[in-house]
Design a binder for this molecule. Structure first.
Ligand code: ZN
Length: 294
């Protein structure tokens, strides 16, 4: 008799617990930046609380962890790191050492990385070899790489939480459709534009440029403000290539961007590649390049 009643009871508790807090002990998931929260929320719905480490308006490349944030990270079931962004690897190492229970997922795995063009103003620890070649970390800024990025998140999630695999798979395929849609809108927008070159303060759109046949020029030189000679060289290139778009990102210098834009008669556009609504911002960037956005 007992057996007959125990099974449904256990099943009900599981079901109830599942509905109430999502999964195991109401644990949360951590991500580095907001676009990751967007991808993850599309997959898990509201069954997990998602903690974004880098606050809005702060550059993840100069962000320094607070003890409170470290605590949240320790309490997470999974930490989805972008891959090679600023503090991430030092943190992940620390986390693995002190909290082996926290699963770490590298969202850049399997992405063909770009080397040698991206420099950080900070983020180097003392004694670190200056010549270690680090990849460009901004892998989420192209729909083609974002597809692999999101899949890494999905796979990391179902390894930890296989119980809900079916739901997650369905959500994930909808997310992929959304990424594909973004890809085709951007492809269409960029099909025939006056100049395929653009200027940006910090080179955060390298993957977009590579995947859609654009040329990105950064104002920043090796992570620092440019010298007058470097500014002049950039202005010459911009004139030659008919550049009409200068991007600036939140948290970065705008003075030099305005100077360059004025020199070449281009317009300065403020963008946020760290926006939560990843697809909207990607499409907006493409519209700007296509001359279709005010
Ligand atoms: Zn960067």
């Amino acid at each position: 008799m007992k057996k007959i009643y125990l099974f449904p009871l256990f099943f009900l508790i599981t079901l109830f617990w599942g509905c109430r807090s999502g999964t195991k002990e109401g644990k949360m998931l951590s991500v580095t930046i907001e676009p990751q929260r967007y991808f993850l929320e599309n997959i898990v719905g509201d069954s997990y609380k998602i903690n974004t480490i880098v606050p809005a308006g702060v550059s993840p490349e100069t962000y320094e962890p607070t003890p409170a944030m470290m605590m949240k990270l320790r309490e997470s079931a999974i930490y989805f790191k972008v891959g090679f962004l600023g503090f991430e690897n030092a943190w992940a190492e620390n986390l693995t050492k002190n909290n082996p229970d926290v699963k770490i997922v590298n969202c850049s795995e399997g992405i063909e990385l770009i080397y040698g063009e991206h420099h950080h103003a900070t983020g180097k620890s003392e004694g670190e070899d200056e010549h270690v070649l680090l990849p460009d970390p901004h892998v989420w800024s192209s729909p083609k790489t974002a597809r692999i990025f999101a899949e890494n998140m999905y796979r990391g999630l179902i390894t930890y939480d296989p119980q809900y695999e079916e739901i997650y798979r369905e959500n994930f395929s909808k997310l992929i459709m959304r990424i594909d849609r973004t890809d085709s809108i951007i492809t269409r927008l960029l099909a025939d534009i006056p100049s395929r070159s653009f200027i940006i303060y910090h080179p955060a759109l390298s993957y977009l440029a590579r995947d859609y046949g654009l040329k990105q020029y950064s104002i920043e030189f090796e992570g620092k403000n440019p010298s007058p000679a470097q500014m002049k060289a950039l202005i010459d290139i911009a004139r030659k290539e008919g550049i009409s778009v200068v991007f600036v990102q939140q948290g970065f210098d705008t003075k030099n961007s305005v100077v360059v834009a004025n020199e070449i008669g281009a317009k300065v556009y403020r963008i946020n590649p760290l926006a939560y609504e990843w697809d909207k911002e990607m499409i907006r960037i493409a519209r700007i390049l296509a001359g279709k956005q005010e």
